[in-house]
Design a binder for this molecule. Structure first.
Ligand code: ITT
Length: 188
């Protein structure tokens, strides 16, 4: 089964591809920025982006919107994660949290699948903490996020390790299981 992932973010694409290939899905990248709408809810952003993308592509596709929500900052950067990362990066977040003891945060991923007859939403969340320093490489906020149950930041993990914890893998696993069921129904 071939599905397009409409995204400009190659890291997101590779993480999703590794999960979905276990479910027999051939994920293809369609490198275009989903036209984002100004909205506080990433669920709504992802849904509207997916509908717009489907009108153009007319092929089964997914769009993902993700964000980092920091408790002490009342959920910031949340839906503004991409913009915030570009403007202030990991260092900016660490500065905002210097001397702050409550470092709880979570990542949320919302994946929307669309084809000619269905629109389905899958969510994945991982709770954790913002580290004291940047550790490891990778991309985005990976070097400052430690998931619950680990002492490493995402930036210090291999791709496979990150996929055992991440918000994205949790949402993509749900999508994979649903697609497998959907395929079976078609051929019964
Ligand atoms: P597209 O909209 O083109 O898919 P994007 O990078 O803008 O790409 P998002 O809006 O979903 O994608 O992501 C928001 C930002 O949140 C992203 O740019 C990263 O800075 C951060 N982010 C989300 N998931 C992450 C992860 O798994 N690891 C590190 N940072 C992440």
């Amino acid at each position: 089964m071939k599905i397009f992932f409409v995204t400009t973010n190659l890291n997101k694409f590779e993480e999703a591809r590794d999960i979905l290939e276990k479910y027999g899905v051939k994920l293809k990248i369609y490198r275009e920025k989903p036209v984002e709408v100004q909205c506080e809810k990433i669920e709504e952003i992802a849904r509207l982006c997916a509908i717009k993308a489907y009108k153009k592509l007319k092929e089964p596709l997914i769009v993902e919107d993700a964000g980092l929500f920091i408790e002490h900052l009342k959920g910031f950067p949340g839906p503004y994660s991409s913009f915030t990362y570009k403007k202030i990066g990991c260092e900016g977040i660490l500065n905002l949290l210097s001397h702050v003891t409550n470092r709880s945060a979570y990542f949320l991923s919302v994946v929307v699948y669309v084809d000619e007859e269905t629109l389905m939403t899958f969510k994945g969340k991982v709770k954790g903490y913002i580290s004291q320093d940047k550790r490891g490489e990778k991309w985005g906020f990976d070097p400052i996020f430690i998931p619950e149950g680990s002492s490493k930041t995402f930036g210090e993990m291999t791709a496979q390790e990150k996929n055992t914890y991440s918000h994205r893998s949790r949402a993509m696993e749900k999508l994979g299981r649903w697609l497998r069921k959907k395929e079976k129904q078609v051929f019964v």
